[in-house]
Design a protein around this ligand. Structure first.
Ligand code: GRF
Length: 192
């Protein structure tokens, strides 16, 4: 059964695009029913529209996070989204949103969780002097960058790496494992 996905994205949207490309290539049995961004200028909105995907900007009010989330929940439900992908979504979700889509929200993070949670994980990896880092897709729970791990990929860290060079090497793997994680979740969901 084709899985209906909703995406939350705040920026560039390369992970979302990688998932969409797998859908278009026929390697992922899913469709992206709606993309929502909290930022009007997020390139992800434009990319979605270019691919014929409904794209919605919902303004984010830091003073009242519930306003954004209520509108997002309503739009995602109305579009029939079964699974929600966080793809470079830079806000913290409240328990209300997480409970509404319990076990059905995935996030991608550019480190081998549980190491290097939060901001600038690639720089954190360089500062720690690790020889390998990578990326993780996990289910979202009410705790930042935590929750059951669905897929991971490892990349080497080279002497002389910068935050940018390491980020680019990790991003290549992110683009591969997000679709892989969706396939895993989808097959979990179709088991009796
Ligand atoms: C990615 O590195 C992702 O892991 C992190 O934010 C970045 C978003 O990139 N959560 P993009 O918008 O998908 O290009």
């Amino acid at each position: 059964m084709t899985l209906s996905l909703g995406v939350l994205a705040s920026g560039r949207g390369s992970n979302f695009l990688a998932v969409q490309r797998e859908i278009e290539n026929g390697t992922l049995d899913a469709r992206i029913s709606l993309l929502i961004s909290d930022r009007a200028k997020a390139p992800a909105l434009e990319i979605a529209r270019e691919h014929g995907i409904e794209a919605l900007h919902i303004p984010y009010q830091t003073k009242d996070r519930a306003v954004f989330e209520r509108a997002a929940i309503e739009a995602l439900d109305q579009a029939g989204c079964e699974v929600i992908l966080l793809a470079g979504y830079m806000r913290i979700l409240t328990p209300v949103f997480i409970r509404h889509f319990e076990d059905r929200i995935l996030n991608i993070h550019p480190s081998l969780l549980p190491s290097f949670k939060g901001l600038h994980p690639q720089q954190q990896a360089l500062d720690a002097g690790v020889k390998f880092s990578g990326c993780t897709v996990h289910k979202v729970i009410d705790d930042l960058d935590a929750g059951p791990i669905v897929a991971q990929a490892v990349v080497p860290v080279f002497d002389g790496d910068t935050e940018d060079s390491l980020s680019a090497r990790i991003l290549e793997q992110e683009h591969r494992i997000y679709a892989e994680a969706i396939r895993i979740l989808s097959s979990e969901r179709s088991q009796p």
